[in-house]
Design a protein around this ligand. Structure first.
Ligand code: F6R
Length: 578
């Protein structure tokens, strides 16, 4: 994903921008660029490849600039080349622009601009936008940006500087997040707070369709329709340590190890043992409103969709409310039937996923109450929902979601207990469930202590091309998530299946070269999972079982066992066994 950082103030802009780009590296990118306002003109450097390469190009050159914008690009339109890297310029090199998102109607705009005499040199959709700004420029950069944006279809988070109007960054957003960092005699623009956290903890999140003119002394926000907006400054609670690796080799490993504390954060202050009812005031729903819920739809993408499936199992089992889980990308484009009494939950770590946001808006247009389960405070999803619950997992920098997944499940478990208590669960059951949840962080810590043992298994199989993950019941979505993580991080093809479905096709793939991860916990379907294990072994498949501590029997049937006391997402067995 692309990243933007901009600075205007009194300090040298270059080191601030390079540091900002480094903090955005985790998002993935294939080229980087920077433009500074220096003397009377714009000076830019950009290159395909890593930020180190850009720094090499900049090494030895001296700059004296207190204003600039920078970008990390993830190519969508046009190859990742030096030329296609941002910033992009107008014909006279007077206006520079960086852009996150996609300009969908760029081809049509290009034809018109070329007829008007603009020379368009790159393959990007972005360059069109800077020429459009040039076309509208008549002495007011903010107005030219606004006019250009009225012509654009698609999504954007942009930052623009110009030698016509030094000391200003114009930024705007639609479908791609942007935040203003509020400093003292200096201000920042970024696509993500981590880019500016080293300099300020005061942030103003731009809303959809807003344009901001940022100077060293302040910022003025208007909508694309010229309505003035009063900025709302939020204090960021994150510290710099939270966005650094803290001695781990990479962020994903750090975040995996953070789970005992992030799971603790998800329940902190929320367990009301006296009444056996979790405190989730952010839902903004009174008990009678909770009792009137007839049906729940949960929508999300990727890993968050997997936690939604786990939520479905938990809520239907304990609160007896029908739940439907749908990919946000499907929900937004079809015409779902939403009956009276339905509420919709959206789950998103980032709070900015375009499909989830669009699904949320579609549901709200239909008059449905939409509640969020979100990590990023102040994100679009957090702001546009009627209420919700923050998971408080802290920044998830690793590209693959890990700690957010388990915290989402923890919050879904709290919601389950709350809904259950409004219906069938007794005070005692509510209390027991909350005690079970409170015990989870410590159990996760015990699992993490098995790192070396798990690593040995990984070393044995890392050259394999395919993997199968199997689980039944609530562990079926866990299997899906396991397979997704493996694909995403190790580039090994992996499939997640409900264990019983294996015989309806995938069994054909099983041989001695196919490792199968089987979640085989001592729950109500344990014996059935043992039958699946026998089927795999009959075809010489290699089995890595995840089983409950004390289950010595399973060790005789499989190749490797990872013993756990309880799985955090395996909530129902927790109830039976606590
Ligand atoms: C997988 C992963 C993605 C995200 C998905 C939704 O490891 O990270 O599948 O879960 O893109 O993102 P959020 O939760 O931010 O809406």
């Amino acid at each position: 994903m692309c990243g933007i950082v901009g600075y205007v103030g009194t300090q040298q802009a270059l080191p601030i921008l390079i540091e900002g780009l480094r903090r955005l590296e985790y998002r993935g990118y294939d080229s980087a660029g920077i433009v500074l306002f220096e003397g009377n003109s714009l000076t830019a450097e950009k290159s395909a490849g890593k930020i180190n390469k850009l720094e090499e190009i900049l090494r030895g050159k001296t700059f004296n600039a207190t204003e600039g914008i920078a970008h990390t690009r993830w190519a969508t339109h046009g190859e990742p080349t030096d030329l296609n890297a941002h910033p992009h310029f107008d014909c006279k090199n007077k206006i520079a622009l960086v852009h996150n998102g996609i300009i969908e109607n760029y081809r049509a705009l290009k034809v018109v601009l070329e007829k008007q005499g603009h020379k368009i040199g790159t393959d990007t959709d972005t360059e069109i936008l800077v020429h459009l700004i040039e076309e509208y420029y008549e002495g007011n950069l903010t107005e030219a940006v606004r006019m250009a944006l009225t012509q654009v279809e698609g999504t954007y988070g942009i930052a623009v500087i110009s030698s016509y109007e030094p000391g200003k960054i114009i930024a705007a957003r639609k479908g791609s997040p942007l935040v203003i960092g509020h400093g003292q005699g200096e201000n920042f623009v970024a696509s993500d707070v981590s880019a500016i956290l080293a300099h300020t903890k005061r942030a103003v999140y731009l809303n959809e369709g807003e344009i901001v003119t940022v100077t060293a002394d302040g910022y003025v926000i208007t909508t694309i329709d010229k309505v003035h907006r009063t900025p709302h400054v939020e204090e960021i609670s994150w510290t710099l340590d939270m966005i650094e690796k803290g001695g781990y080799n990479h962020f994903m490993l750090k975040e995996i190890h953070e789970q005992p504390s992030t799971l603790g954060n998800a329940i902190r202050g929320r367990l009301n043992f006296e009444e056996g009812i979790p405190r989730l005031n952010g839902l903004n729903l009174q008990y009678d409103q909770l009792r009137r819920i007839k049906r729940i739809i949960i929508t999300a993408c990727g890993t968050s969709w997997h936690s939604a499936l786990i939520g479905e199992y938990m809520i239907e089992e304990l609160a007896k409310i029908p739940v439907e889980v749908e990919y946000a990308s499907e929900f937004r484009y079809r015409s779902p039937v939403i009956e009276e009494g339905t509420i919709l939950f959206v789950i998103s770590q980032s709070g900015e996923t375009a499909d989830t946001l669009a699904a949320l808006r579609e549901a709200r247009r239909r008059g449905v109450t939409v509640l969020g389960i979100c990590n990023m405070v102040g994100s679009s999803i957090a702001r546009e929902t009627d209420g919700g619950v923050y998971i408080h997992a802290g920044p998830e920098i690793g590209v693959a979601s890990t700690k957010a997944f388990t915290s989402q499940i923890m919050v879904l478990a709290l919601i389950t207990v709350l809904l259950g208590r409004m219906r069938h669960l007794s005070v005692q059951q509510g209390m027991d469930l909350m005690h079970s949840l409170q015990a989870i962080p410590e159990k996760v810590d015990r699992i993490l202590q098995k790192e070396a043992e798990i690593k040995k298994i990984a070393e044995r199989y890392y050259k394999t091309n395919n993997f199968l993950y199997l689980g039944r019941g609530i562990n079926f979505p866990v299997a899906l998530e396991g397979a997704l993580k493996l694909k995403e991080i190790s580039y090994i093809h992996a499939e997640g299946y409900p264990a019983a479905e294996m015989k309806h096709g995938p069994i054909a793939l099983i041989d001695k070269n196919l490792p199968v991860v089987v979640i085989a916990l001592r729950d109500s379907v344990y014996d059935k999972v043992l039958s699946n294990i026998a089927e795999i072994k009959a075809r010489n498949g290699q089995i890595i079982a995840i089983a409950n501590e004390g289950d010595t029997e399973i060790a005789e049937r499989v190749d490797h066992v990872i013993y756990i006391r309880l799985f955090p997402c395996n909530f129902l067995p927790i109830i039976w066994r606590y």
